[in-house]
Design a protein around this ligand. Structure first.
Ligand code: UT7
Length: 324
């Protein structure tokens, strides 16, 4: 049995935060951000918005696109590290909002690599015959965890959600996938307070411990190696060569990371899809949104083989090859 994407959708908030806006908030410049990251602007959710609100929009578009009714969804997996609240899960909130009454629902935490992790998880449920229609969501409202006075992180991220309806298909679909992690690098990218070890308190807030902190240059190097190795692993598993791939959808973290991965793989730049200049790093939503737009723009056509590669806090990584 083959498992493939029957429908896809995405949602980003309306509010645009440009590099010029950030110049007024921290000691940075449009020039620095564009040359060091490739990002020009990002979308930021209005106060009071939850990750499930963006996920709901993306999910409804994916279902419409697939021609599947919410009531026919068997399982919802929401890849997110920024759920609306610690409990209930974002997936359950989405279930309620879209009326997917008979679905089971859970969140999956694999940071920026969550969408690829969730696709591979969902694929197993369909392959082993447990479920037919699975809504896979990658969504993060990372702006809630950004210290807007920290120039080393606040310029990088944006909010968004992407969703696909995964189901059995006649041919093509997911050809291979690999996921991996290395917890010894857990300290390189983390939000240290607000969890069970250090619950939110006046002290944690004063210490700004509930914000995302990152050792950027170390993560950069590991991201390049991790994504390139994951792509090679997925290619080997599928018995494919790089020349077979029509489009590379990398995690949209930084143009320089993407360029370095492509160079390491000897992958032609014209086959690499980029939209990070307008959204920044949307964490678990990143590859899903890029996949949607690459299809919309005609960069991916029917029967094309596509490779997605991703990387994030944990550290975690993953790559997935699918035939569109
Ligand atoms: O999903 C995975 C998530 N993680 C990532 O995507 C992050 C991966 N890392 C990166 O993208 C890059 O490391 C950064 C964009 C974060 C930083 O680029 P870099 O080339 O590694 O710069 P750096 O950290 O080595 O910093 C260079 C300089 C520093 O100044 P000094 O110490 O050389 O005087 C920073 O303070 O750039 C400074 N800097 C800035 N300057 C202006 C850092 N952020 C900014 C800024 N504006 N926004």
């Amino acid at each position: 049995m083959r498992v493939g994407i029957k429908g896809i959708g995405f949602c980003v908030p309306k509010k645009v935060l440009t590099n010029r806006d950030l110049e007024k908030m921290v000691d940075t410049s449009d020039e620095w951000i564009r040359t060091r990251t490739g990002i020009s602007e990002r979308r930021i959710a209005e106060k009071g918005t939850g990750t499930s609100d963006l996920a709901q929009e993306a999910a409804l578009i994916a279902l419409k696109n697939a021609g599947v009714l919410p009531g026919d969804v068997d399982l919802i997996i929401a890849a997110t590290t920024t759920p609306d609240m610690p409990l209930p899960s974002c997936a359950c909130l989405v279930q309620k909002k879209i009326g997917a009454n008979k679905a089971a629902a859970f969140d999956l935490g694999a940071a920026c690599a969550g969408f690829v992790y969730a696709l591979i998880t969902a694929e197993q449920f369909i392959k082993n015959g447990t479920y037919r229609n699975i809504l896979v969501i990658g969504a993060d409202l990372i702006s809630s965890y950004i210290d807007w006075t920290d120039r080393s992180t606040c310029v990088l991220f944006g909010d968004g959600a992407g969703a696909v309806l995964l189901a059995p298909v006649q041919s093509g679909g997911i050809l291979s996938g690999v996921i991996g992690s290395d917890g010894q690098y857990a300290d390189l990218l983390k939000i240290s307070a607000g969890g069970s070890k250090t619950p939110a308190s006046a002290e944690t807030v004063n210490a700004k411990a509930h914000y995302l902190k990152m050792s950027g240059s170390e993560v950069f190097k590991l991201a390049v190696r991790g994504m390139a190795d994951a792509v090679n692993g997925a290619l080997a598993k599928a018995g494919l060569k790089l020349e077979d791939i029509a489009c590379f959808i990398p995690h949209q973290a930084n143009q320089r990371i993407v360029d370095a991965v492509a160079e390491r793989l000897h992958f032609p730049k014209e086959k690499v899809y980029i939209n990070l200049f307008k959204y920044g790093n949307t964490s678990a939503a990143s590859c899903a949104i890029a996949l949607y737009e690459a299809v919309e723009e005609g960069r991916i056509k029917k029967k094309d083989k596509v490779v997605m590669a991703t990387f994030g806090s944990g550290l975690v990584w993953g790559a997935l090859i699918l035939e569109w």
